[in-house]
Design a protein around this ligand. Structure first.
Ligand code: SAH
Length: 470
């Protein structure tokens, strides 16, 4: 990861004073997550460039933290983009290596530290959630000219498409302290990953470094939300304080974090995408008024367990093609030990969704959660008939991954599918087209709902369709 700061202010080598780093030296610094190096590829009167090269050690990170370093598979902890992309690590490095410059302090050239000079910062590379439009929406209101070059996932395989990684240059007349502050606050905003530093003092840092410019920024809500995305209560607090800064006379102080916020954090943080999906499907099934429900491709029974807890569902049938999954479901649900009345409500059956099956007829609703993408495309039409023509429940609640969202995740394989057994993953448009055709052919209405955090450009991680007929 490389940050290059260039000036054409004369004499340009004054940049060395501003950064407190001698243009003639190569200097290295040990940081908690790796090493930072500072050097000047160019240092003349007319033009001077300083590089901050970050060498993030992903293995050290995992070892240092012990156990699961922030979720994800073991492989993803070791093989990921952290060493190569600008993230909150870069912010930490800016604060530690260019601390005086960030604070606007310069003993040798105090006037220069407060004078706007022509400056340019180039970042190789920045993962940009929200794409170039968001990049411009963030930097242009601060007076920068923005250049962005998007990189393909792999130059040798253009058909894999674009990556979320950009080489970004921002240029303007500004003080070095402002430029570094903008980078410090804004770089983590583009990155889709959990920040390296997420603590109570995050809010203070954001507000202290953000100062007046953040309160006036047209994207301030989105910036604060992304910056503090793993701490919803802090996000609300930050927004409240930004509003306060803007209208000091009107808004009274918000006070401390409410206990309810903490409870909400505790509730929201561990809610995995899978749990959100089950919650969304459950809500749709409840709203349909169904009493007799099918869970088609029930897997190990995670939805079944929730259905059992709700008395609205009087008859629950889980079906899967995998005997092993059904056995696991039976064990997890402790079906052998359920009280008789509970046991009478639920059945597991073995079967395949690509054949007509009379046991599936006459139900109010069916859930098909993360199953279609496991079917071979030539079998899809058989599945459509089995569910919508023959089983024909009044409502079908179906979820599947949104392929567009995959670029935001580390560790999604080179083929960019989330799971090795997925035969395909649909974009939002492909899913819509499929679902609308199926609904039209079989006399259903269909509506679409997002599941999980919605990215403004890429949509939600999971897409859900609710089919209903009269
Ligand atoms: N719905 C579950 C499991 C999703 S994994 C959940 O959300 O946790 C996909 C499941 O679909 C697997 O359990 C797999 O065995 C099942 N499946 C795949 N092809 C199937 C078919 N043709 N008929 C029935 N189930 C199938």
């Amino acid at each position: 990861m490389l940050l290059t700061i260039t000036t054409t202010h004369r004499p340009a080598t004054d940049l060395g004073y501003l950064l407190h780093k001698h243009p003639g030296r190569f200097q290295s610094y040990d940081l908690s997550f790796g090493q930072a190096h500072v050097f000047y590829p160019e240092a003349s009167d007319g033009r001077c460039a300083a590089c901050l090269l970050l060498d993030v050690d992903p293995v050290g990170l995992v070892r240092g933290r012990g156990g699961d370093g922030g979720g994800g598979s073991l492989l993803a902890q070791y093989v990921n983009d952290r060493p190569y992309t600008a993230s909150s690590f870069l912010s930490v490095a800016i604060a530690q290596v260019f601390g005086s410059a960030l604070g606007g302090r310069c003993k040798d050239r105090p006037d220069l530290a407060t004078a706007p000079i022509p400056l340019e910062a180039r970042i190789d590379v920045l993962p940009v959630r929200g794409g170039e439009a968001f990049l411009r929406a963030v930097f242009e209101p601060l007076g920068y000219a923005v250049e962005a070059e998007r990189h393909p996932l792999d130059e040798r395989f253009p058909e894999w498409g674009e990556s979320p990684y950009f080489s970004v240059t921002i240029a303007g007349e500004t003080t070095l302290a402002d430029l570094l502050t903008h980078l410090y606050v804004l770089i983590p905003v583009f990155d889709g990953q959990k920040h390296y530093f997420v603590g109570e003092d995050e809010l203070e840092k954001l507000l202290a470094k953000g100062g007046g410019w953040l309160a006036r920024h047209p994207q301030k809500d989105e910036i604060a939300r992304r910056y503090l995305r793993f701490r919803p209560s802090l996000y609300r607090q930050a927004l409240a304080r930004l509003v306060q800064e803007e209208q000091p006379a009107e808004a009274g102080p918000e006070g401390d974090e409410r206990p309810a916020d903490r409870a909400e954090d505790a509730l929201e943080r561990p809610l995995s995408l899978h749990e959100q999906r089950i919650g969304a499907v459950l809500a749709a099934l409840r709203a349909s008024g169904a009493r007799r429900v099918l869970d088609l491709g029930c897997g190990e029974g995670r939805l079944l367990r929730e259905l059992l807890k709700d008395k609205q569902f009087e008859e629950i049938v889980g079906m899967d093609v995998s005997i092993r999954s059904l056995e696991n479901a039976r064990d997890r649900l402790k079906l052998d030990r359920l009280p008789e009345r509970q046991a009478a409500r639920i059945r597991l059956i073995h079967g395949s969704l690509i054949y007509r099956d009379r046991r599936l007829e006459g139900f109010d609703a069916a859930a098909v959660v993360e199953v279609v993408e496991h079917l071979d495309p030539p079998r899809l039409s058989a599945f459509e008939r089995a569910v919508f023509e023959f089983a024909r429940p009044r409502a079908v609640v179906l979820t599947t991954p949104n392929r567009e969202y995959n670029v935001t995740w580390e560790g999604v394989g080179a083929d960019r599918l989330r799971h090795s057994d997925h035969r395909f993953e649909w974009t939002r448009q492909e899913f819509r087209d499929w679902a609308e055709r199926v609904a039209g052919q079989h006399g259903y209405r269909v509506r679409f709902l997002p599941v999980g955090p919605v990215d403004e450009a890429l949509g939600p991680p999971t897409q859900m369709a609710v089919f209903e007929r009269d």
